[in-house]
Design a protein. Structure first.
Length: 208
């Protein structure tokens, strides 16, 4: 399931290049300060007959401090059943490499975004994942915490008089803090690194 979603994400990011040609690239001196949004990765919830549905929720609220500086708060909720360090390739979401159960997370996130040239931006996201570990019988076996830091490079596309935006991006996620992982989960996870490169981002939103 995750593979299908992320392949879709990369396809959409590549196609967005054509949209930039039609975008108005002039600076808007009356930029909107507040925005709300989410991510197109929510479409992963619609995959039919998925044995491991992500039950993914994301809501973003942001404030543009200056024309080039943005801060935002994101709230995420999801479920995952494979170590997040498995890289792209034949091992990604492969049978037999999953956890002996799954992890449920609630994740408040703080982000800072900096615009450099036209719509090009970089961003850093600090995701605080409060995790509940469930075994194969759907019984809780522990609680944990992980700090995920994601560094992104992306492009801001605007539509409808700068009200609607779409931000395709690619990121590197690294988790320097990870606590209270059950031993059965740790045995699977220790085979993989504590980072994931080339993570697609597909944020969208409405400015007001």
């Amino acid at each position: 399931m995750q593979k299908k979603i992320l392949l879709f994400a990369f396809t959409l990011m590549a196609g967005s290049y054509q949209l930039t040609k039609a975008q108005d690239i002039t600076q808007d001196s009356t930029y909107k300060k507040w925005f709300i949004g989410s991510t197109l990765l929510l479409l992963g919830n619609c995959v039919p007959d998925d044995p491991n549905p992500p039950k993914f929720i994301q809501v973003n609220v942001g404030y543009r401090i200056t024309p080039k500086d943005v801060v935002s708060f994101e709230f995420k909720k999801s479920i995952y059943a494979w170590p997040l360090g498995i890289p792209w390739g034949p091992s990604f979401d492969a049978p037999g490499l999953n956890y002996p159960g799954h992890v449920r997370i609630l994740a408040p996130t703080l982000a800072y975004q900096r615009y450099w040239w036209k719509g090009v931006y970089t961003a850093v996201h600090a995701l605080n994942a409060f995790e509940k570990y469930m075994d194969e019988s759907n019984k809780k076996i522990g609680n944990g915490y992980t700090l995920y830091l994601t560094f992104r490079l992306g492009y801001h596309l605007k539509f409808f008089k700068n009200r609607i935006f779409f931000e395709p991006s690619v990121g590197l996620t690294y988790w320097p803090v990870r606590t209270n992982v059950p031993e059965s989960f740790k045995a699977v996870e220790n085979k993989w690194p504590n980072y994931f490169p080339f993570e697609p981002g597909l944020h969208f939103g409405y400015k007001f």
